[in-house]
Each structure stands twice: as C-alpha cells, then as structure tokens.
Ligand binder design. Structure first.
Ligand SMILES: NC(=O)c1ccc[n+]([C@@H]2O[C@H](COP(=O)([O-])OP(=O)(O)OC[C@H]3O[C@@H](n4cnc5c(N)ncnc54)[C@H](O)[C@@H]3O)[C@@H](O)[C@H]2O)c1
Ligand SMILES: O=C[C@H](O)CS(=O)(=O)O
Length: 484
C-alpha cells in the first residue's frame, strides 16, 4: 500500500548516515489498523552504527563552532519545514502508529514546538562568573556541548520523542545519531529528510534503522559517544545504562510510568472526568503519562464511575484516518495480549467491567475502551503499566491512605489529582513522589516545562531551559596572572 502524500519524497525507507541515504529495504513496516504493508526499511547493524557515530564525531567540531544564532536559524528552518509538511507527516505517523489523524496532527505540532523552542534556546545557553578567592584571578564557568549524542526512541510518539531530544542536543552544539523504533521508523526518516532540507549539515543528524541490540551496543560502547539518550521501557533503559557504564557516558533516561489519578470528594467531578478521559485515552492509553490507576474518594465514587463510563462508551474505535474515529488500534498483538491479560486478572479477582472489557469486534489489535470498577491493589493492573485503553478505578477513604497507595510503586513519572481545597492541594502535591504532578489537569506536556521522572521512571528532563542540561558539560576556568 503506497501512502498518497503531497510530497512523496517524505516517504523514505533508507537510513541517513553522513548526509547519504543508505541501506536496502529489509524490515517490513505495517499499518497496525489494516495490516497493510507500508514498505521495507534498512536493517543496519554495528558497522553502519559505527559509521554514523564516527560521522557525527567528525561533524561535531564544525557544528559546535557555529555561532549559537547560526545553529538556531537552521533549527528554525527545520521547524518551519515540519509545520509546512504537517499533513504528510501526520498521515505517515497515523499509518505506521495507528493514532487518530487529529492526534497525529497534534503530535506533529508538539514535536515541532520543541524545535521552535530550542531554536531560540540555543542563544540562551549562558555561563557565569563567580566572585574569586584570589585578587589576581577570576573564576569563569562555561557550558560547552557534550559531543556526540546517541538516541534511541519508542514507537508511541514517533515524532515528539525524537525532536524532544534532538532539538536541544543540536541547539547546544552536539551532533546526533538516532535509532527509532522498528514499529514506526517512517516518521523519523521523514523528519530526517526535512532536516537535510533545512540545512542541518551532513553528519550532524543521522537516523538509522535495524538491529536494535547491535546498534545499541555501538551507541553505548563507542568512545566518541558522550551522551546516550533513551526513551522507552524501564527494562531496556536499565540495560542501556549498564552497557554505557563502561565508558562513563552520560545516560539520559525517560522510562516507564504508573500514574495515579486521584479524585477527592471536593473535586469538580465533571472536570475530573474530562481530565481522566484525556489522560487515560490519549493514544489509546499508550502514553508514558497515562492515568494508570484512578483513585476516587468514597463520597464521589459512584457518580464518577457512572459519568466516566458514559464518556468511554461514546469513544469511536476504528482506523485513524476515518472521520470521527477517536480510538485506533494497539500497536501490536503482544500489546493486545497484555491488555487482555490484565483485564482478565482484574475481573477474576473481583473487578467488574462497567463498559468494554473485550477484544473489539473490529478484530486485529483493536480493544474496547474499558472502565473497571471495584479494582484493588491485589490486581496486577495496579502494578503494571497497562499501555492500553483500560481505566481501573479504585475506591479510597482518606488523604493519607491514597497518597501512600499512589506512591507505592517503583515508578515516578507523572501523577494527577483533582481537589479544590488549597491546603489539600499543597499537601498532596508535595507528598507525591513523581517528577510531574498535574493538579486539576489531565494533560501536562509542554515544550516549556521539564518533562521527566524519578525512581525507575528515569533521570532526565526534556523541555524548557532544563532540557539543555543533558547536552552540555560545565567547565570551570580560572584566569590568573591579572595582577602583573
Ligand atoms: N518517559 C517518557 O518520556 C516515555 C515516553 C514514551 C514512552 N515511554 C515508555 O516506553 C515504553 C514503550 O515504548 P517501547 O515499547 O518502544 O519501549 P522499548 O523499550 O521496548 O523500546 C524502545 C526503543 O528501544 C529499542 N530497544 C529495545 N531493546 C533494545 C536493546 N537491547 N538495545 C538497544 N535498543 C533497544 C527499541 O527498538 C526502541 O527503539 C513504555 O514503557 C513507555 O512508558 C516513556
Ligand atoms: O509517552 C510519553 C510521551 O512523553 C507522552 S507526551 O505526549 O509527552 O505527554
């Protein structure tokens, strides 16, 4: 099946190494909604990954030597081209990932916003002077680009997870090699086509598809790589961190989540339902910051469940390009099997499916948007990242009880709660052990803010001024001899 694009050149199947498009089509890419074959991408390995890293290393000094405003201007051109090609990029994204076209357009805008932001931030990577301890000397602190960045990204946001790393890296003066997820390589390759058109020099931004473990070994082991940036599962993040330890590389990790979504008695219930819908069902529940455990206080439990179930039952499931569709398929059969396992475990232990709870009549990897009531901590769904359109609703009695339950996980990415009492808002927000807390909001993400987690959800921040820190090194210079 050939995608019909306004600009057919954006449908690229080769990898980009040192400004050249290389590699024959081997690995199939399918549309998860229809099963249609979109094409075959290159299956590259250690040799090509080494070539890409060494090309990035050669390109580093000239790129770092450019004025910050020159790098910023080139990134701005990349932003302009992404926006100008938004429709084609969204169609490519929906075709390989499955999300509804409206969400894909939103992701392209979101991805572009990081390029726009860091095109400007490039000019604001400031150093400092420090009052000296010696009359003959001055203390100067500079922030310099770290070097080659090797990035590995997931399939759930195939555009945003790349630009959220690459934009700050290039803005800081670093060069980059990227391995996208095998499920969604075409969006990454289309972004690389536009990066070339924007004037990002050969070797500065390289994208290669293929043998993940072999490429990952090079990314974490090659001496020229100074930063490993990874967005994906906690399991793989831990593996890459171990592999990178040998060369003492910086490892910037954005990993899994298990977000609590808490609704207190004093919450605006309609607002809480709206927030739960956005937080839980965006991208068919396949986001790292999805509400994974919904806790509702006694006094509003029944009303909340009823209103949430009513909204969930109205979701429209189908192929992402079809008009009115608000829920696409899950990414793979394994993803569907995990969701079915978690729902079966919960219902076997006493939970009830108020709506949904079954493989969708459309077949393939479509699943019915689901609300589970009567969920308890004994159910696996309380501990595992669901990554599907299933909203498990737990009942709780007191503030202390729910904060303890919310924190009872090895994850710490995002948390959400709805309340109106200002004392409660401060107590709960400060007690939740998470990198990000949404208060009376089910949507957090912005290019302006530091996105990231604590505990086993990761150690980095992407977005805002904080997002540069991963890609610069701090250098202390003492300037002496000033008294003669
Ligand atoms: N914290 C965040 O910002 C964030 C954002 C998106 C997704 N995620 C997390 O990502 C997970 C879903 O994404 P996924 O299924 O693509 O995760 P994944 O960890 O299976 O794969 C992520 C990337 O790692 C690669 N990979 C897998 N094994 C590898 C190996 N041995 N060596 C090198 N690379 C390897 C994959 O090819 C892919 O490109 C979820 O846990 C989700 O929470 C986190
Ligand atoms: O899945 C993880 C993404 O970071 C979600 S978001 O679009 O950044 O909120």
């Amino acid at each position: 099946m050939t995608l019909v694009l306004k600009d057919p050149e954006l449908l690229e199947f080769r990898s980009l190494i040192d400004g050249e498009w290389v590699g024959a089509g081997v690995d199939a890419v399918h549309n998860p909604a229809t099963g249609a074959l979109l094409g075959h991408v290159a299956h590259l390995g250690a040799a090509e990954a080494t070539r890409a890293v060494e090309a990035a290393a050669r390109a580093f000094k000239p790129w770092a030597k450019k004025l910050a405003k020159e790098r910023g201007a080139i990134l701005r051109r990349w932003f302009d081209l992404i926006i100008a090609n938004r429709e084609d990029l969204a169609l490519i994204l929906t075709s390989e990932q499955g999300k509804p076209l409206a969400e894909a357009r939103g992701e392209i805008d979101y991805a572009a916003s990081y390029v726009e932001y860091y095109a400007e931030e490039a000019k604001r990577i400031y150093g400092e002077t420090v009052p000296s301890h010696r009359p003959d000397a001055r203390i100067i602190v500079a922030r310099q680009p770290a070097g080659v960045v090797a990035a590995i990204t997931p399939w759930n946001f195939p555009a945003g997870m790349i630009t959220r790393k690459i934009a700050p890296a290039l803005a800081a003066g670093c060069t980059a090699v990227v391995k996208p997820a095998p499920e969604t390589p075409l969006t990454a390759l289309a972004l690389a086509v536009l990066a070339q058109r924007a004037g990002i020099p050969d070797g500065v931004f390289n994208v290669l598809t293929g043998d993940a473990p072999a490429i990952g070994q090079v990314f974490t082991g090659h001496p020229a790589v100074r930063v490993v940036g990874f967005t994906g599962s906690t399991e793989v993040g831990k593996l890459l961190m171990r592999q990178a330890a040998g060369g003492v590389k910086k490892v910037a990790l954005e990993l899994g989540g298990n977000a609590p979504f808490i609704v207190f008695d004093d919450a605006d219930i309609d607002a809480a339902v709206e927030g739960a819908m956005i937080s839980k069902f965006r991208n068919m529940g396949q986001t790292c910051v999805c509400a994974n455990r919904i806790y509702v206080q006694d006094g509003v439990y029944d009303a909340f469940v009823a209103r949430l179930a009513e909204r969930v039952a109205a979701l429209v499931v189908g192929e992402g390009t079809a008009p009115g569709v608000t829920q696409g398929p899950l990414i793979t059969a394994d993803a569907l099997a995990k969701v079915e396992r978690l729902v079966a475990d919960a219902t076997a232990k006493g939970a009830t499916a108020v709506t949904g709870g079954r493989h969708h009549a459309l077949g393939r990897t479509f699943y019915e948007p689901t609300v589970l009531a009567g969920v308890t901590a004994a159910m696996t769904v309380a501990r595992e990242e669901i990554f599907g359109p299933v909203a498990p609703v737990f009942r709780f009695h007191s503030e202390d009880e729910v904060v303890e339950a919310a924190n009872n996980t090895e994850y710490g990415l995002a948390a959400y709660f709805y309340a109106r009492d200002i004392g409660r808002i401060f107590r709960v927000a400060e007690a939740l052990e998470y990198g990000m807390v949404g208060i009376n909001s089910g949507l957090l993400s912005s290019e302006l803010a530091p996105f990231g987690g604590v505990k086993e959800s990761g150690n980095s921040r992407e977005g805002g001024p904080h997002g540069i820190a991963e890609f610069v090194e701090t250098k202390y210079m003492l300037l002496g001899g000033l008294d003669r």
